[in-house]
Design a protein around this ligand. Sequence first.
Ligand code: DX5
Ligand code: ZN
Length: 231
Amino acid sequence: MYRIAPSILSADFANLGTEVREVIEAGADWIHFDVMDNHYVPNLTVGPAVAAAIKRYCVTGDGTPVPLDVHLMVEPVDELAAAFCEAGADLVSFHPEASRHVDRTLSLIHDAGAKTGLVFNPGTSLAALEWVIDKVDLVLLMSVNPGFGGQAFIESTYEKIDFARRLIDDSGRDIRLQVDGGVKTDNIADVAAAGADTFVAGSAIFGQASYRDAIDAMRTELGTVAQGEGK
Ligand code: DX5
Ligand code: ZN
C-alpha cells in the first residue's frame, strides 16, 4: 500500500495545527516532520515541543491515528531522537553519518517505542544498512540534498531506489522505502515504479490551493503504476 506523507516544512508555520488537520482531511497518510539544526544542515526548524503539539492533530475525523513521521537532520542524534519519541513520534529517521553509533541509536528509538528509519543523502552509499537492516523499519532516500523544500528531484535517485528495493526484498523484512525531495504529481508514478512505497511531498501539496486535489492527483498517478512494479 502506498503512503503519501506531506511535509509540513512547506506549511504555514503560523497555523500548523490547522494545516495538519486540513492535510489529513485531504487524505494524508502520514505527517512528515522535518527537524533541522543549522549544524547537520544549513537551516533551522522546530523541536520536540512543536512535535508534541502537532501530535494532538495527527488523527482523522473518525478518530484513526495518523503516524507522525519525524525526519531528523541533526547531529548528534541520540538525545533529540529520545526527545522526539517522548513527544509522540511514531517513526524517527536519522542520517547514519550524523550518529557515532548507528546500532545504538536504532536500538534507542526502538526501545522508546517508535519505528526506526535510516536516511541516505543523494551522495551517500547504502553501506550503513548492511549490518543493521534487522533493526530498520524504514529506508528514506533523499532525492534532494537535505535542508530546504522546493528543490528539484535528482534523477540518479531512480537507480538508487531500485537498488534499495532489492536490498529490502532480499532481507525479507517489512521495511518501507520512502523518497523525500522534489516528489510531485508528474514524477510520483516513476518513483513508485522504481520501487518506492512511501512519498514525502512538501511544496507539491502545501504549495497548492487545494490539498485534496493535490493528493488525489498523486493517488491517480500511483494508480497507473503497473502491477508488479512498486509495492
Ligand atoms: C528536505 C526535507 C523535505 C522537504 C521536501 O530536507 O527533508 O522533507 O520538505 O520538500 P519538497 O517536497 O518541496 O521537495
Ligand atoms: Zn524530510
